[in-house]
Design a protein around this ligand. Structure first.
Ligand code: FPP
Length: 246
């Protein structure tokens, strides 16, 4: 159910960020603190994806983009990589019906080639099942890098120029933005990073140009509804000028 009144009296429902992106960090540290394995940390992180998705949908957020696996994450031990993709496959199967019932559309950004076959299959299946849903997009960044995204956009434009379809001077910010993984997506309004790190880590480099950034010390598995509301309150207290003057 969407909220008729704000779930937190500090939140202005008229100014909910349309697009929230999250760098979900801290699963490993969470596990260590609890005396659990890293895999259990990622499992808790995956469960939290469901909770935060639901909370965003209730608030009227239109798109939620989640950094689940970066192009740099391949450097982790193979056991951890394998277990992460098994978890992602499982989540796609477990949550597909729920995502569908709540009119949420699953999307992917990144390079599908290179994902383990079972993960690519389960992500595709979930996308297919939810493709006509309209209330909110959940976009999962898998095998995603912000620089790689811009490089593949540049290649498409170079190809079009080679074929004589465009001239170099036709290349504008709008035209480049249309070659990104999800060209119809709005730019990010609010970027949240959990676990206190002050880095962008090659995430959505193009789309976060004017995003408000909120970094919270909370580890991802502990990032609950209240933490989301706090981030939105902080966002709403900012004065967004997009480079202009008040
Ligand atoms: C960072 O924690 C987290 C990741 C690299 C993986 C994030 C993936 C999930 C939460 C599962 C995704 C599931 C779905 C359904 C999209 P870390 O291991 O870097 O933590 P640390 O810095 O504390 O070690």
């Amino acid at each position: 159910m969407e909220h008729a009144t704000a779930p937190d009296s500090r939140i202005d429902l008229q100014r909910i960020p349309a697009h929230i992106a999250i760098i979900m960090d801290g699963n490993g540290r969470w596990a260590k603190r609890q005396g659990k394995t890293r895999s259990q940390g990622h499992e808790a992180g995956a469960r939290n994806v469901r909770l935060v998705t639901e909370a965003c949908r209730e608030l009227g957020v239109r798109a939620l983009t989640l950094f689940a696996f970066s192009t740099e994450n391949w450097n982790r031990p193979k056991r951890e990589v394998d277990s992460l993709f098994r978890l992602i496959s499982r989540a796609m199967k477990q949550y597909a019906d729920k995502i569908n019932e709540t009119d949420v559309r699953l999307r992917h950004l990144g390079e599908m080639d290179g994902l383990p076959e079972h993960a690519a299959r389960d992500v595709r299946k979930c996308m297919e099942q939810t493709r006509n849903n309209k209330t909110m997009d959940v976009c999962v960044a898998l095998n995603y890098g912000g620089r790689a995204e811009i490089v593949q956009a540049a290649r498409k434009l170079a190809d079009a120029a080679r074929r004589g379809e465009i001239a170099p001077e036709d290349i504008t910010e709008e035209l480049l933005a249309r070659q990104l993984y999800l060209p119809d997506h709005s730019e990010v309004d609010l970027l949240i990073r959990t676990s206190g790190e002050l880095r962008i880590s090659n995430f959505m480099l193009w789309q976060i140009s004017y995003a408000e950034i909120v970094v919270t010390p909370t580890l991802w598995p502990d990032f609950n509804r209240q933490a989301l509301y706090d981030a939105i309150v902080e966002y709403q207290a900012r004065d967004r000028r997009f480079g202009g003057r008040p």
